[in-house]
Design a protein. Structure first.
Length: 284
């Protein structure tokens, strides 16, 4: 048996129970272990236990960080043709959880060790609406009229295997993008005058890649990794700073009508499930 790099737990509803230091679901007391699965088993576990459920999510667990014993063994109840599942014999230290992703965006692939290293170090969250892996790193205490911070900064990560992209959105202020590490990524820009533009962010300036790029206010923007890249680390800086009220996600169907040549990109990056606004009070 090949031991995976990561194991996964499915759950539905609020993820508040995973925010405590340790996670101990009823199965731990009832059966002596916590049910988990490998990437290729997630789909069948979903169909068997969660089909039709609301807001099903997948917790990504770095197997190297789990404090309790993990045993790969036969399930108490057969699930399709899977012969062995990972069982966690003890409380799960939630520090081993390096990502929580919506089931609909899960790619059913194991996660490479170098990606797990980055996730464990930066401890990203998922940006509401967009679903991008991100971390706020600076928010100015000085404010402008209207309670806007004078500046903000964040770091983010694009990744195919954990479906981290940016859906099309626009902001009311200019935004500066920075390339930090990893593989190149695309920024797709749709200008108010009808022009479309694709910028490649990366470190290879000889190939025309940019390590820094300014996106003007009001331009529809989206991003994803180039080709078969594994991950990219980037940063975004804004002045005035980011607040939820300066953000609008796109109706990708309407954009498709205006820019039909980019229909495939719109379909691939429409991860916002028709939501266009940040949750009330976000980043305020």
């Amino acid at each position: 048996m090949t031991v995976p790099n990561a194991i996964f737990i499915l759950f539905s509803g609020d993820d508040a129970t995973l925010q405590a230091r340790y996670f101990a679901p009823p199965s731990l007391q009832q059966e002596g272990y916590i049910h988990a699965c490998k990437a290729e088993q997630v789909h069948d576990v979903y169909r068997h236990f969660y089909l039709g459920g609301d807001a099903v999510k997948v917790a990504v667990i770095d197997l190297r960080l789990v404090e309790a014993q993990v045993v790969f063994e036969a399930p108490s109840e057969p699930i399709c043709n899977h012969t062995e599942f990972p069982h966690i014999y003890g409380k799960l230290n939630t520090g081993a959880i390096v990502d929580i992703i919506e089931y609909s965006h899960f790619t059913h692939q194991d996660v490479a060790l170098d990606i797990l290293d980055v996730l464990a170090h930066y401890r990203f969250e998922r940006l509401p609406v967009e679903g991008t892996l991100y971390k706020s790193t600076w928010r100015a205490t000085e404010e402008l009229d209207g309670n806007e911070p004078i500046g903000t900064a964040m770091i983010g990560m694009y990744c195919h295997v954990l479906k981290s992209v940016s859906c099309f959105h626009r902001l009311t202020h200019d935004e500066i993008w920075h390339f930090y590490q990893g593989d190149a990524f695309y920024l797709y820009l749709l200008h108010p005058d009808g022009r479309s533009e694709t910028v490649v962010m990366g470190s290879d300036f000889k190939q025309g890649q940019k390590i820094q790029y300014r996106i003007p206010a009001g331009v529809w923007q989206a991003g994803e990794l180039v080709g078969s890249g594994k991950y990219a680390l980037f940063g975004c800086t804004m002045a005035p700073g980011f607040t939820g009220s300066c953000f609008e996600a796109a109706d990708h169907g309407l954009l498709k009508n205006k820019y039909p040549a980019m229909a495939e990109v719109f379909d691939r990056l429409a991860v916002n499930n028709h939501e266009t606004k940040m949750p009330k009070g976000f980043a305020s």
